[in-house]
Write a protein that binds this ligand. Structure first.
Ligand code: PLP
Length: 325
């Protein structure tokens, strides 16, 4: 794959099978295009408004974390974007309730972030936005459970958390939205270019798409998205049960919006948190230091993370509490 032209039959066939496998895995209907783009989820923060805002149109964003805020900031450079809901004043310990949203029925779309990686919160279900197209950044929880794609106008996700290696961003867009893209857009920033070019208008990230295709096959072999949901709920429950049964550890996210992908928690003092991060690293439990905006500890347990790893962390937590609590 690394040596062949992206116009060669094997590479084109590989891209087509990755797309086919995604359709089968997640039940994506034919009126959705599946695109493999570059620029990360972060490029979608501006590409979405560039393509989906109508002339003089406006859109609603729901702000539930760091990436949601970045998406808002970039979109506001493109057009009239309002905040329809935010939990920033609570340091994003949950997502808004439906009755806290101020949605504009005339909006071109509503943007939300399905899972908030840094804060460890997740939407249990999509917000209800009526007939306004729903746009979602699902970078950190895509394909961790079944998804009803027909509820969305557009979904995007950087591949590196739940779908494989960095370098490719999965975009799924309902075809009626494609007519909104203005002719004036630079060619690479127009979704239509990539639909017409079957994700190979220019050289695509062939190797990252290849890995993504393998991951999608692996997800199907595990038993599909229904089975992934059971596995992911089971893994997350092990950690949340430990938090709930302890006075020593304190979860950041409110129970009703806890993420199954990122489990965030605090210890009684910053000194103990540093000690926890250092000692766990020495035990081979790495990358547990939380993001500075929450502090504490964050365990990221994406699709590929095994139950055994979670069990090892829970044992470490018990032992750490016994010796330092
Ligand atoms: C990681 C992440 C991003 C950033 O993705 P890039 O591909 O690095 O641009 C955006 N949104 C969410 C929800 C993420 O978890």
């Amino acid at each position: 794959m690394l040596e062949m032209s992206h116009r060669s039959k094997p590479v084109q066939g590989m891209i087509e099978s990755a797309e086919e496998d995604i359709r089968k895995l997640a039940g994506i209907p034919d009126n959705y295009h599946i695109l493999f783009l570059q620029g990360g989820a972060s490029l979608q923060f501006s590409m979405v408004p560039m393509n989906l805002l109508t002339p003089d149109g406006k859109a609603d964003h729901i702000v539930t974390g760091n990436f949601a805020r970045l998406a808002l900031q970039d979109a506001q450079k493109i057009g009239d974007i309002r905040v329809a809901g935010s939990t920033e004043e609570r340091n994003f310990d949950r997502v808004p309730n439906q009755d806290e949203l101020h949605l504009d029925p005339e909006a071109d779309y509503v943007h939300f972030t399905g899972n908030n990686t840094i804060y460890g919160t997740e939407w249990p279900t999509e917000p209800d936005v009526g007939s306004v197209p729903l746009v979602a950044d699902l970078s950190s929880n895509i394909f961790s459970k079944p998804i009803d794609v027909t509820r969305y106008g557009l979904i995007y996700a950087g591949a590196q958390k739940n779908l494989g290696a960095a370098g490719v961003t999965l975009v799924m867009i309902r075809d009626d939205l494609l007519s909104r893209s203005p002719e004036s857009l630079p060619v690479m920033l127009n979704y239509n270019t990539h639909c017409k070019g079957h994700s190979a208008y220019n050289t695509p990230p062939v190797f990252s798409i290849y890995i993504l295709g393998l991951v999608v096959k692996w997800l199907a072999e595990q038993g599909g998205l229904e089975h992934m949901e059971l596995l992911n709920e089971d893994k997350a429950r092990l950690l949340y049960d430990e938090l709930d049964s302890s006075e020593f550890y304190r979860g950041h996210a409110l129970p009703e919006n806890r993420s199954r992908m990122n489990v965030t928690f605090r210890l009684p003092s910053p000194e103990l948190e540093t000690q926890f991060a250092n000692e766990s690293t020495a035990e081979g439990l790495v990358e547990l230091k939380g993001h500075r905006s929450v502090g504490g500890i964050r365990a990221s347990i994406y699709n590929a993370f095994p139950r055994e790893g979670v069990e090892a962390l829970v044992s470490f937590m018990k032992e750490f509490e016994r010796t330092h609590g």
